[in-house]
Design a protein around this ligand. Structure first.
Ligand code: NAD
Length: 494
């Protein structure tokens, strides 16, 4: 990461953006556009083409045509693998450009975006490139005289809808395995963070991905997103975003063609500190970053801190010290700890939830102010609340902002009860020096990922997905590939 290079890239003009349909960059049929406002300073960066149902229909048509042509779906696996590796190579070659463009669009601090965005996206394409020629079919153990073959086939047209936090990383988690499996894709990025994904799409073309295999429609969720969700020629919809939109997508599927819908949704993840945690100071540092990095706009954010009463006051003091030391500032400054909140709308939501928490009796120990390290941008200082009761909104609902709700507990059983006491089940953290307790907690907590003596950081080799109302699918790892493959049986009489 190099500040001088970042400074050169940060002021480069961004051209008006188009839709990618069948390998060509095109305007929306309506000719309409959306302004792209940077959360860094509130200034307009460029415009996005505003796709409507006609554009989505054209994109799905292009995806279907490319799929049926076999140009990608029947390309020799060894060749498909080369293209995916070339995409990874181009992401690596454009690392700085992609990182800075993404930060200008969504405000994540560059230190985080540098690793999590192009870094993860390239690693993801490489991982799934390596899978392409290692997915075997099966021969079933059938009786003599019969042969049961189980083929694994691409599903067809995959719609990908992603949120504004970590668009490149989350986009790659879906696009790379979908392509590796031989599908064609229509991507709908968030209207609040489309730019780095549009650039990635061009890099995919440059790497030799055939036209129509990856199409991108930008615009609003209510129009372009809904049109994709209701399209009768989309076979799978894979989504990361809020539970509210997840519900709409299931309904849209039911009311159209029963397409498979995979949902990666939000959470209210508990981070549990026992009095026997090996290093309280280290636990406080990691726990604070586990909620405050990217201004809390992380699906797995450890937004509920549960602390055993014997170390509660000491631990909260340590967390307050870390929170107060974090510098909220220009996201493109390499020394900034916490960048901008993604949009003015999200900042208002954070403030609304904080105000209601205080009205309901929570106590603000630090932060929570709207600040302006860069004029015109959206910034909030990290907030720590104690005196939080489990039934309060702040303990039950995802904020998606830099607000930590602290609650004490006495026994392991109470910790489990509190941890599982929301409708979500995405992530959790457990800090303990007792190995048996760590394993008991991993089993007892209802979540897709349980961190032990750390928070965050699992790589591409392990799945990420929620249980309960945090979703029904998994991104990452070999397991994610299964979402994009169909099983077909051939039953043969010999
Ligand atoms: P969101 O649900 O508002 O939007 C996500 C995407 O859905 C956007 O592209 C949006 O345009 C689209 N959309 C909106 N309305 C739609 C509709 N009616 N039909 C089809 N598409 C529609 O979410 P967001 O605010 O962009 O992202 C924040 C949420 O995402 C949080 O809840 C967060 O926890 C979640 N998230 C989950 C994970 C995970 O892996 N589980 C990862 C990151 C973010």
């Amino acid at each position: 990461m190099n500040q001088e290079l970042i400074n050169q890239l940060r002021d480069q003009p961004v051209q008006p953006q188009s839709l990618l349909i069948d390998g060509r960059w095109e305007q929306a049929v309506s000719g309409k556009n959306l302004p792209v406002i940077s959360p860094i300073d509130g200034k307009q960066l460029c415009t996005l083409a505003l796709a409507d149902r006609t554009d989505v229909d054209r994109a799905v048509g292009a995806a279907r045509k490319s799929y049926e042509s076999g140009a990608w779906s029947r390309m020799a696996p060894a060749e498909r693998k080369k293209v995916l590796h070339r995409i990874a190579g181009l992401i690596e070659a454009h690392h700085a450009e992609l990182a800075v463009l993404g930060v200008r669009d969504n405000g994540t601090e560059i230190a985080m975006a540098w690793k999590a965005e192009p870094g993860s996206a390239a690693a993801t394409f490489r991982y799934y490139a390596e899978c392409v020629d290692k997915v075997n079919g099966e021969i079933a153990p059938t009786p003599d005289g019969t042969l049961g073959l189980i083929h694994k086939e691409p599903v067809g047209v995959v719609a990908v809808i992603v949120p504004w936090n970590f668009p490149l990383m989350i986009g790659a988690w879906k696009i790379a395995p979908a392509l590796a499996a031989g599908n064609s894709v229509v991507l709908k990025p968030s209207e609040d963070a489309s730019l780095s994904l549009l650039r990635l799409a061009q890099l995919c073309l440059d790497a030799g991905l055939p036209p129509g295999v990856l199409n991108v429609v930008t615009g609003t969720g209510a129009e372009a997103g809904d049109a994709l969700a209701r399209h009768r020629d989309v076979d799978i919809l894979t989504f990361t975003g809020s539970g509210a939109v997840g519900r709409l997508l299931l309904k849209a599927s039911a009311e159209s063609n029963l397409k498979r819908v995979f949902l990666e949704l939000g959470g209210k993840s508990p981070n549990i500190v026992f009095q026997d945690a090996p290093d309280l100071a280290q636990a406080a540092k990691v726990s604070a970053m586990g909620i405050f990095r990217n201004s809390g706009q992380v699906c797995v954010a450890g937004s509920r801190l549960l602390v055993q009463r014997a170390v509660h006051d000491e631990f909260v003091d340590l967390v307050l010290k870390v929170a107060n030391s974090l510098r909220v500032g220009d996201p493109l400054d390499v020394t900034t700890d916490i960048g901008a909140v993604g949009s003015a709308r999200q900042l208002a939501r954070n403030q609304g939830m904080l105000t209601r928490a205080l009205e309901q009796g929570a106590r603000l120990r630090t932060g929570g102010q709207v600040i302006a390290p860069v004029a015109g941008g959206n910034y909030m200082s990290p907030a720590v609340l104690d005196a939080v009761q489990p039934e309060m909104e702040i303990a039950q609902q995802e904020v998606f902002g830099p607000i930590l709700a602290v609650m004490p507990f006495d026994t392991e059983a109470q910790a489990v009860q509190l941890a599982n006491g929301t409708e979500f089940g995405l992530a959790a953290g457990v800090w303990t020096g007792n190995l048996s307790r760590a394993h008991r907690m991993v089993r007892a907590i209802k979540a897709g990922v349980v961190h032990v003596n750390t928070y965050g950081g699992p790589d591409i080799t392990v799945p990420l997905g929620g249980v309960r109302q945090s979703g029904n699918g998994h991104d990452k790892s070999m397991h994610a590939l299964d979402k994009y493959l169909d099983l077909k049986t051939a039953w043969i009489q010999l």
